[in-house]
Design a binder for this molecule. Structure first.
Ligand SMILES: [Zn+2]
Length: 84
């Protein structure tokens, strides 16, 4: 088994959610197979998986596949915490 190229940690096969912005929609691709580093959380995808994600996002962008609408929030990395 390969080790994480960032930290050398062990990799674990998991199903993850990939979130991408397509046009102005956020698309969440569920049940995506990935190798996840148990130490730093870095995700690695196979070439086939990356291609499949690209196909799904392209089809979703062209509205060729149905997707459920979910609530989403957007926040800037630079947003200050507002105290109550
Ligand atoms: Zn790692």
């Amino acid at each position: 088994m390969e080790l994480c190229s960032l930290c050398g940690g062990k990799m674990e096969e998991q199903k993850v959610e990939v979130v991408k912005k397509v046009n102005n929609n956020l698309i969440v691709v569920k049940d995506t197979p990935a190798w996840v580093c148990v130490q730093c959380g870095e995700r690695y995808y196979s070439i086939e998986t990356v291609k499949q994600i690209e196909r799904i996002l392209k089809d979703a962008g062209e509205k060729k596949i149905e997707f459920h609408e979910i609530l989403a929030g957007e926040v800037s990395f630079h947003r200050q915490v507002v105290s109550a």
